[in-house]
Structure formats: C-alpha cells, structure tokens
Design a protein around this ligand. Sequence first.
Ligand code: ZN
Length: 383
Amino acid sequence: MKISGIKVVVLMTLLSVFASCNNMKKEDFKVWAWLSGSTTMSGEQLDHYFSEASRAGINAILLECHGAKPEIIGDSASFRDDAAIVILENAMIYAKKYNIELHAWMWTTNRVELSLRKAHPEWYQVNAKGESCAEINVYNREHYRFLCPTRPEVTEYLKERVREIATVEGLAGIHMDFIRYPDAILPYGLHESRGVVQDKVYPQWDFCYCDECRAAFKAQTGIDPLDIEDPTSDEAWMQFRYDRMSEMASEIAAEIKACGKVASAAVFASPSESRKLVRQDWANFRNLDYIFPMIYHKFYNAEDKWVETATREGVKALRNADNDAVLCSGLFVGHVPADKIEEFIGYTEKGGSEGVCFFSMEGMVKRTWFVDSLRSAVDKIRL
Ligand SMILES: [Zn+2]
C-alpha cells in the first residue's frame, strides 16, 4: 500500500494530538512516598502504613533507616549500622505482604553516629570561621553533622554502609538523602521560624573550609579559599565545592548499582536553588536511576504553579547535562490540600516528571480523605 507524503504528515499530526490528549493517562504511573523508620516500630504500625500505602495506590516506599535519631550505634569499631538492617528487615515483611517496593532511605553526608564523631572528628565539614560540624550545632540542630566530600575515606565509609544495607533480602533500592552541604541559606519560608537573617551567605553557614579542601583548592588555583573576599561570587571556589559533592554522589550511586539496587537521591527543589542554598549541582550527579527534587513550594514562599516551573527546570538541566536519570517530583503533603492532589500531580506531569513522591506517609495517614483522594487521582491517571 502506497501512502502519500501528505497523508503521512496528517497521520503523524493526528497521532501527536492523540498522544498529548492522553498525556495524563499512564498505566505505569508510579507513586512513591517517604516513611520514617525506627527499630521500635511495631508490626501493627508497619502493617498500618503499608496497607494505607497500598490503598492509596503507592508503588514504592522510601524507608528512613538512618536518620535524625538513629538507634545509637555506640562505639563499635566496625561502624556497622545494625539498626538500619533491623528497620529494613522488619518492614520487608509488610512490603512483601502488600506488594510494595522497599527502598532504603539513608542519610548520606549528614551522619550523626557518635562512634564516627569520636573516631574521625577531622572528617566533618568546617565553616569559614574555622568551626567544625562535629563540634557546633549548626542552626541549633543536634543532627546537623555533615561529612566532607573531598576526603576519599568518607566516600569509602559511606560505600561500606551501602554494601551493608544492600544485603537485606528483597530490597529494591537505596536512596540518598542529605547529599549536600549544610544550608548556606535556608529555604526562604523557614527564615522566620528558625530566627535567622540570611540576606546573603554568612561565614558561620558557609562550609567546607577544612584543611583538606583548602589544600586541594590551593593546589588547583594557588588561592586559599579563606582569603576570598566574597566566596559566593567566586566561580572557581563555588565550582570546586559543586564538583566534590557531585563526584561523591556519583561514586556512591555507582556502588548502589554495583550491589544490584536501584539508585536514587533526594535533592533540593530546583537546580538553581540547590546550587545557591546548599551547593548541590545535582544535574551532574551521575549513575542515578531516579532523582527526587523536593519541591516543597511553600518553604520557598512560592505559588502552587511553581511546582511545574521547578520540575521543568530540573528536567531541562538533566537533559542539558546529558544525564539520563528519571526525575520524579517530590511534594510536601502539608502543602497539598486533599482536594487539589490531581491539580498538583498535573503540575508535575506538565513539567516533565515521571511519577510523583509524597513526603510523607505519616503526614498522609494523619489527614482525613488524603489517602482516598490520592487513590482516586491516581486511578484516573492509570485508567
Ligand atoms: Zn572539606
């Protein structure tokens, strides 16, 4: 059968119109949620979270197994995170029962284990005033203890934790959180509640000026970063810090993949805000399967529609960096009214996100109708 050129053009146009009408209809539309974990969580509690996740149409849970209050690892010389393994193994029973993928959510550069602080205080990041994260409470937070990405032994330590977690039978993936520097500037909507004035970057929030970083930058440029008058506008010094974090993230992601697991990371809302606030150039994080920008728009004093703008900026940055990681927008349950779930998912889809991830499962089950509304929105997309 012969088809003329004109007919082909008409056919292609019709097909593309049809495809765009069906933009929101995807059988494999994937929904994720973050869930906090602890070794003391009972079987009943776990059953409740996973059964509600199943009812909401959620496919995958990112379960926190090393977090703000890790079960104390103690002073073990091996540093093995036994608590993380217990948390994951306990949850795996319910993940299997409800047919939900389970991913281990680990804190990455921000590590709070006392054993590590005691054994290697020199591994922690240092601010422009010479104060170490191991010794001061940044933003008055006990859990803000960031490791320096320039030190190869830090990356090795974290890869070892990855290999440990990866031994949990049935685990689908490993998810890196806090793969960044401490907040040079907090997201704008948090300044008032945290009692900070951050019209620019101040030295107490500007990291990493540890000996290793200073020496490496000096070897590269001949300049000690402490002598830079305006560190934020010094491109070489900013780029140095972006690159060290990107290298570490890429190396850990490669280790996750080498363990046969799906590699993912939670990152700040948009590439430009991420670089500015936490020196995180995530479009250049390599070897990841998924990247979850946490587009918690109200923390950025942004309108709802910004979810679409930030998503689009992220997708574009990944493509420009030749990074084929899948972007999946993260939404904050407290910023998404139950009757607007469909609208918000629409913003992420229009921006180019593949799926959506909610923070958090706990927040979801606390809100009347949220689980039902999410299910109904998801069913419409998957029809
Ligand atoms: Zn450093």
